[in-house]
Design a protein. Structure first.
Length: 189
């Protein structure tokens, strides 16, 4: 198989699947080595970028997906007319952040961190496909564990969870002090 044929096969796979495909599956489907496939995909990614095309290939945690460049969104809106845009409120973002950094995590653990009920927020995040059930905790009641999805990575433009920004330890201490002061103020009232 020539490089051109392999590129065409990979392009067809990614276009047809419409979702992220693991490198291992691409290599298996094309009968090629994973390293060769990765090199060809990386070359394709570079070529699409250099040619300033409307599509791109992105890597999501060891998988690859062909998708539209975000700069083309305005054209898609005009053609689709009814774009489904999810609004992430502060509550949803806070809940999503907790899940992203602490996953897998139960609702009870999220509620303990936030200090309020999280049913609505977690349900909305599941509805938006940013969070999913990731199994059950081996504890009484077998509570559901939640984790982020591939859609989360895609929406936030990161390849893997290792790309999440690190929180400065000094900031964490400041947050703890601030939270303790707020609790003291509420108790005084």
């Amino acid at each position: 198989m020539t490089n051109k044929e392999l590129e065409a096969a990979i392009e067809a796979i990614l276009f047809t699947m419409g979702k992220a495909v693991e490198l291992e599956r691409i290599a298996l489907a094309t009968g090629q080595d994973e390293d060769i496939c990765r090199k060809v995909i990386c070359d394709m990614m570079k070529k699409y970028c250099e040619e300033d095309r409307g599509i791109q290939i992105i890597e999501l945690d060891g998988s690859f997906q062909m998708c539209t460049k975000s700069s083309m969104y305005e054209y898609l809106v005009k053609i689709a007319r009814v774009p489904k845009k999810h609004v992430l409120t502060d509550v949803l973002l806070e809940t999503l952040s907790i899940i992203a950094y602490k996953q897998p995590i139960t609702k009870v653990e999220i509620e303990h961190i936030r200090g309020v009920k999280t049913d609505h927020a977690v349900n909305k995040l599941v509805e938006y496909n940013l969070v999913c059930e990731a199994g059950r905790l081996d504890a009484p009641g077998k509570p559901i564990l939640f984790a982020t999805t591939e859609e989360f990575l895609r929406n936030f433009g990161i390849e893997s969870l290792e790309d999440l920004p690190m929180v400065n330890p000094e900031k964490i201490e400041d947050f703890k002090i601030e939270a303790e002061k707020e609790v003291e103020l509420e108790l005084e009232i």
